[in-house]
Design a protein around this ligand. Structure first.
Ligand code: OAD
Length: 234
């Protein structure tokens, strides 16, 4: 069986990372235009760096939960049975990797990666981006930015994601509100290619009616249950 899984902020919520659109979520206290657009960064780079520095530092205080760990188990077990899991995440945290998943497609970028807007070099960076930061390749200062896909920018790895959607048996969406495209459209794409579709979420998402099936509850409970059910059937 070939499965494509899309995850969103809900899978990391029980690890202690704020979601975006739930009550008290990140977008209630910060304006998207200020901290998640190229225009906001051009207007006030220090504000944007502070926002992502705080979130990068917070990674050190959280750990993967049972849902991340269950998806890693699914990947390893299906591989042994000639199946596959393509794990696509909108999350910029590293909890899937720390939960044991080996090939995570970060379509919205990663907090632990930065790039230089002068020479486009990317590198891993787990600390704060400081004012005056120098690019490790071209040595330009103040051109290092978070490797995060902001609104108005093209998500990463779309070709690979579309190829996986076109040949999967099952598409599963976990912990995402379905508010942001193109990820919100993956369910319709998978359906058009003939896959079954399943949503695992705390509550019905905006695109819930597009899914063949929905299972509702906290990710740390319903994801391991679903993984065990899949592995028992295979
Ligand atoms: P949202 O905050 O929009 O949605 C989180 C979803 O997770 C909601 O549907 C919640 O009901 C659900 N949820 C909350 N706690 C949960 C739990 N314990 N178990 C299961 N589900 C739970 O986050 P995303 O859909 O990931 O993009 O947001 C998509 C994109 O919008 C993000 O990647 C980010 C944001 O703007 C960028 O910054 C580019």
């Amino acid at each position: 069986m070939n499965i494509v899984i899309l995850t969103g902020a809900g899978i990391s919520a029980e690890s202690g990372i704020e979601t975006f659109r739930d009550a008290g979520g990140l977008w209630e206290n910060h304006r998207i235009e200020d901290v998640a657009t190229p225009e906001g960064y051009a207007r006030d780079p220090d504000l944007v760096q502070r926002f992502y520095n705080l979130r990068r530092a917070a990674l050190k205080t959280v750990k993967p939960n049972a849902a991340h760990i269950a998806l890693a188990k699914l990947e390893h077990r299906l591989l042994r049975q000639d199946g596959s899991v393509t794990l696509v995440t909108q999350n910029v945290d590293d909890l899937h990797e720390r939960g044991g998943s080996t090939d995570v497609i970060h379509m919205h970028g990663q907090l632990t990666s930065v790039f230089c807007t002068a020479c486009n070099h990317r590198w891993n960076h787990a600390q704060d981006i400081k004012t005056g930061q120098i690019c490790i390749t071209c040595k330009t200062s103040d051109t290092t930015r978070p490797d995060i896909v902001w609104f108005g920018e093209m998500p990463y790895h779309m070709d690979r994601i579309e190829a996986a959607l076109s040949s999967c048996d099952l598409f599963v969406s976990i912990g995402t509100s379905g508010a942001v495209y193109p990820a919100a459209g993956f369910v319709q794409m998978a359906t058009a290619y003939g896959a079954q579709t399943l949503e695992l979420n705390l509550e019905r998402s905006q695109g819930s009616h597009y899914f063949d099936d929905s299972q509702l509850g906290p990710a740390s409970k319903i994801v391991p249950q679903w993984v065990d059910a899949v592995l028992n059937e295979n």
